[in-house]
Design a protein around this ligand. Structure first.
Ligand code: FA5
Ligand code: MG
Length: 436
C-alpha cells in the first residue's frame, strides 16, 4: 500500500467519462529501467510492478532462496540460472512451446501484459527455447512468475518456479550413459524409505511422440521419474521423518501440458494431505527443433517453490514470503530449513460489496487485481459470496467479500473503511459497475 498509493495516480489518473478502463492507462510505463508503450492489452498494475525487483530467490537466507540452493545442490552438474528478466514476449511464453492460438492462458484475464507484444512470464518454461539454444543440455532455472488469479492463503499473483531440464543425444553412447544413471538412481532409491505410486510411462492417453523411438521415450520418462523421486526424497524425507514403517509417499499422475508428451504431475503426501508439487514430461520435439538441437531429446519439469517452502517451513500464508518484517526474516538462516514460529495473529475484518455488472461483464480477476492494488497485502482473501441474475432485467449481480488482515499489526476500523471506500469507488469508476 504505502508507496504504491503514490504511484497509483500515475497508472490510474482520474477517469474520463464514457471510456472503458483503458483510458486509465498512461501512454508509457517504466519497467525495470525500460519504458514500454501501452495499448488495449495493458493490464499490469503498480502492485505487480513493485514486485519485479524483489527477487526473493536471490535474497540470501530467504526460504525461497534456501530452497533454490538445496535443489541446485541436488543437481550439481547442471547449469544454475537465476537472473533472466521476467519480461518476455508471448512468443517465448506460449508459441515457442507450441501452445495453441486459442489457449486460455493467453488471455488478458489470466496473464499480465505490458502491451500486446510484451508480457510477464507465467511460467519458467518461457525460457526453454532460449536456454536450449544457448547450448545448455542440463540446467535449472529459478524465477519469479506472474499470474492473474484469486486471492487467498495459497494464491498470490507472483510466485517462484524452478525449471529443470536434461536432454541427451540418441546415439548408443549417450543413451547408454542415461541408462547407467537410471541404474545408479534405482540403487539409491531402493535403499531409501520412499513409497512410489507410479503410472505407466506411456499409454494411449499419454503417448510417446511420433518422431521418437519408443524405447528412447521410455528411457527419458524413467530417468525423469527417478531424478524427481530422488529430489522429493532429499527435500521431504528428512523434515517429514520418513522411516521404513512410515515411508515418504510420492504419487505420479498422468497430466497434460501443450509442450510435453508423455506428461505427469507429482504429488507428495505430507502431514495428512496430497500436495501438487510439480508438472513435467518428455520435451516436445518441436521445442528442441526450434532450439537447434533437433538431434537430442529429453525431459523437463517445473516446480512451485512457495508450495514446497510452505510445507517444509510450516509457513501458513503465502503473503509472508513478501514480508519485510524482521520478525519474519530474522527467523531464517541461509541453507537451513527451520520451522517458522508465527509471531502474531491480528484480527481480521471483512467488508462485502455487491454490484450489478456492466453490460459487457467483468472478470472476477479484474476485481481481485483492483483490491490488491488498493489494499496490497492487507487483503488476506477475496471471495465471491453470491451471484445472481435478475429474472426480469437479466442483469448480473455479483457479491464479493474482502477479508482484511495485517500480518504485522492490528487494523483499525477507520482504516479498513477507507480501504473499502476506495475499492468501491474504483469499482464504479474503473470497472463501471453499479453498486447495489
Ligand atoms: C507449469 O507451470 C508448467 N510450466 C510446468 C512444466 C514444466 C510442465 C516443464 C512440463 C514441463 P503448472 O501451472 O501446473 O505448470 O505449475 C507448476 C507448479 O507451480 C505447480 O505444480 C505448483 O507447484 C506451482 N504453482 C502453480 N500455480 C501456483 C500458484 N498460483 N501459487 C503457487 N504455486 C503455484
Ligand atoms: Mg498444475
Amino acid at each position: 500500500m504505502r508507496v504504491l498509493r503514490v504511484s497509483l495516480s500515475r497508472y490510474n489518473p482520474p477517469l474520463r467519462r464514457h471510456r472503458s478502463t483503458v483510458a486509465a492507462t498512461p501512454s508509457e510505463i517504466p519497467i525495470l529501467g525500460h519504458s514500454y508503450p501501452t495499448d488495449s492489452y495493458t493490464n499490469i498494475t503498480p502492485t505487480i510492478v513493485s514486485k519485479l525487483s524483489r527477487r526473493l530467490h536471490a535474497q540470501d537466507g530467504h526460504p525461497i532462496s534456501t530452497l533454490r540452493s538445496l535443489i541446485e545442490n541436488h543437481f550439481p552438474d547442471y547449469a544454475h540460472l537465476s537472473s533472466l528478466s521476467p519480461v518476455v514476449t508471448p512468443y517465448q511464453n506460449f508459441d515457442s512451446l507450441s501452445f495453441p492460438a486459442d489457449h486460455p492462458g493467453r488471455s488478458k484475464t489470466d496473464s499480465y501484459y505490458i502491451n500486446k507484444d510484451v508480457m510477464l512470464r507465467t511460467h519458467t518454461s518461457a525460457h526453454e527455447v532460449d536456454v536450449f539454444t544457448s547450448g545448455e543440455a542440463r540446467w535449472l532455472l529459478t524465477a519469479d512468475v506472474y499470474r492473474r488469479d484469486e486471492i487467498d492463503a495459497s494464491h498470490y499473483p507472483v510466485f517462484h518456479q524452478m525449471e529443470g531440464a536434461n536432454i541427451f543425444g540418441t546415439d548408443d553412447a549417450s543413451v547408454g550413459a542415461v541408462e547407467r544413471d537410471i541404474q545408479r538412481l534405482e540403487r539409491q532409491l531402493a535403499e531409501s524409505n520412499i513409497e512410489i505410486q507410479d503410472v505407466q510411462h506411456i499409454t494411449a492417453t499419454n503417448p510417446a511422440q511420433p518422431s521418437h523411438d519408443p524405447r528412447h521415450s521410455e528411457i527419458a520418462a524413467r530417468h525423469l521419474k527417478l531424478s524427481l523421486n530422488s529430489l522429493m526424497y532429499e527435500l521431504f524425507a528428512g523434515v517429514g521423518g520418513a522411516t521404513k514403517e512410515n515411508p515418504l509417499q510420492v504419487r505420479w499422475i498422468e497430466a497434460y501440458f501443450p509442450f510435453t508428451s508423455p506428461s505427469y504431475e507429482v504429488e507428495v503426501f505430507f502431514r495428512g494431505k496430497w500436495l501438487e508439487i510439480l508438472g513435467c514430461g518428455v520435451v516436445l520435439q518441436s521445442t528442441l527443433d526450434r532450439s537447434n538441437v533437433a538431434n537430442k531429446m529429453g525431459w523437463a519439469f517445473g516446480l512451485g517453490l512457495e508450495r514446497i517452502a510452505m510445507i517444509l517451513y510450516s509457513i501458513p500464508d503465502i503473503r509472508l514470503f513478501w514480508s519485510e518484517d524482521m520478525r519474519f526474516l530474522s527467523q531464517f538462516t541461509s541453507g537451513k530449513i527451520s520451522t517458522f514460529k508465527p509471531y502474531s495473529k491480528y484480527p481480521a475484518s471483512y467488508r462485502d460489496v455487491s454490484f450489478w455488472q456492466p453490460d459487457n461483464g467483468i472478470h472476477d480477476n479484474d476485481v481481485y487485481d483492483l483490491v490488491r492494488d488498493v489494499a496490497g497485502d492487507l487483503a488476506e482473501d477475496v471471495a465471491v459470496i453470491d451471484r445472481f441474475t435478475h429474472p426480469k432485467t437479466k442483469r448480473h449481480s455479483t457479491a464479493f467479500r474482502v477479508n482484511y488482515r495485517s500480518m504485522d499489526r492490528s487494523l483499525v476500523n477507520e482504516e479498513v473503511n477507507a480501504l473499502q471506500d476506495q475499492v468501491v469507488s474504483r469499482l464504479k469508476e474503473q470497472l463501471r459497475v453499479e453498486i447495489r
